[in-house]
Design a protein around this ligand. Structure first.
Ligand SMILES: CC(C)(COP(=O)(O)OP(=O)(O)OC[C@H]1O[C@@H](n2cnc3c(N)ncnc32)[C@H](O)[C@@H]1OP(=O)(O)O)[C@@H](O)C(=O)NCCC(=O)NCCS
Length: 329
């Protein structure tokens, strides 16, 4: 077995084989399927200007598995994340995962990093693997889905009316696709709100945003074939941006699943039901615009009680649980 770096200018069929291993690993799981286009953008560029590299384990020209290493360059430079770390189900328990992880550890150290974060489903095999490698569980989150065909609209109407009353000092604005240029400074401020989401035992600092970084992240979203539906809340009296929420639709997704992106309300504007109101309005607007989508899938740390409560009220129901591991190098 050899571990080879993917050259994105000439990947051959390495990328497609690694993507196939990812799909084979995910096929029994509910939720959206990641097409090759989105997978490629995520392993080559990520969303927010990390240094990236991607490696696969090969035997006789056949890809057994792979990983991509995301190395932040502006913040969180102490650590890095492994993404799409997977061994094809037909090749497991032969030491490939251990060899890939040891390789990733060496690469991370060469980049001066002290920690690697790895996310995996909360399954016995994955936990056994992570513990055998010496990783520590840092955070648990739950993926939950909203079935738009089964949503209980009358039940939500009361909660919406109450939210409209509590949020009367705010107005909502919305758009599809990239943010209009004049609103980019507002989005940069709003992105900072995501730094307040709980990180539990993971050693993560806040992400520092600026206009260039934000625009680059939207370009990656577009290049991945995703269409973003964005709703923001604005404080009417001061004109200040107060919060935002986003849903992403993947043109390649075959099973009718969309993805709930970030939702945040800046600290000064919390307590006005803006989170709930923005999510209800964004979801029903998106549903009118694209009735072909049946599900919205989201994930939240179990400790994020406010967001989980909003999701439960909207009708999101748990799909499965995920573990975030941290390995000290
Ligand atoms: C986790 C994963 C990468 C492991 O790949 P792998 O090639 O099977 O791993 P290895 O053969 O190197 O296993 C190393 C050790 O992990 C543990 N382990 C791995 N799979 C296990 C299982 N099914 N049951 C119990 N222990 C397991 C064992 O201690 C094993 O050593 P041993 O075989 O000598 O007992 C693979 O299961 C996978 O791709 N899972 C889905 C993707 C994923 O969850 N990625 C994130 C991982 S944190």
């Amino acid at each position: 077995m050899r571990i080879e770096r993917i050259d994105f200018t000439d990947p051959g069929d390495r990328l497609a084989q690694w993507h196939a291993a990812h799909l084979a690993s995910e096929e029994s799981r509910p939720g959206f399927w990641l097409g090759l286009r989105r997978f490629t953008v995520m392993v080559e560029r990520g969303w927010a200007d990390n240094l990236m590299e991607a490696w696969v384990a090969e035997e006789a020209g056949h890809v057994l598995g792979g990983y991509s290493l995301h190395l932040p360059t502006r913040d969180n430079v102490h650590g890095c994340s492994l993404r799409f770390f997977v061994v094809h189900p037909g090749h497991r328990r032969r030491g490939t995962g251990s060899a890939l992880l040891a390789h990733a550890g060496r690469r991370a150290r060469e980049h001066g990093r002290r920690t690697i974060r790895i996310t995996g489903p909360a399954e016995v095999a994955v936990s056994a693997f992570a513990e055998a490698a010496g990783a520590k569980l840092g955070m648990v989150d739950t993926r939950a889905a909203l079935d738009l065909h089964a949503a209980d609209r009358p039940a939500l109407a009361g909660a919406r009316a109450e939210a409209v009353r509590r949020a009367r000092d705010y107005r909502l604005e919305r758009w599809t696709g990239p943010t209009p240029p004049e609103l980019v400074p507002d989005m940069v401020r709003l992105m900072e709100g995501m730094n307040d989401a709980p990180q539990d035992g993971l050693e993560i600092e806040g992400v520092r945003w600026d206009a260039d970084r934000y625009v680059a992240s939207e370009e990656a979203i577009r290049d991945a074939g995703l269409l973003a539906y964005t709703t923001i809340a604005r404080h009417v009296e001061t004109g200040e941006p107060a919060g935002y929420t986003q849903i992403h639709v993947d043109a390649e997704e075959p099973r009718g699943w969309s993805h709930q992106g970030d939702t945040t309300v800046l600290a000064a504007h919390r307590g006005h039901r803006l989170g709930l109101l923005m999510k209800i309005e964004n979801t029903s607007w998106f549903q009118e615009r694209d009735p072909s989508i049946r599900y919205v899938v989201t994930r939240n740390a179990d400790s994020n009680t406010h967001m989980v409560a909003i999701n439960e009220l909207m009708g999101f129901r748990p799909l499965d649980r995920w573990h975030h591991w941290q390995l000290r190098l």
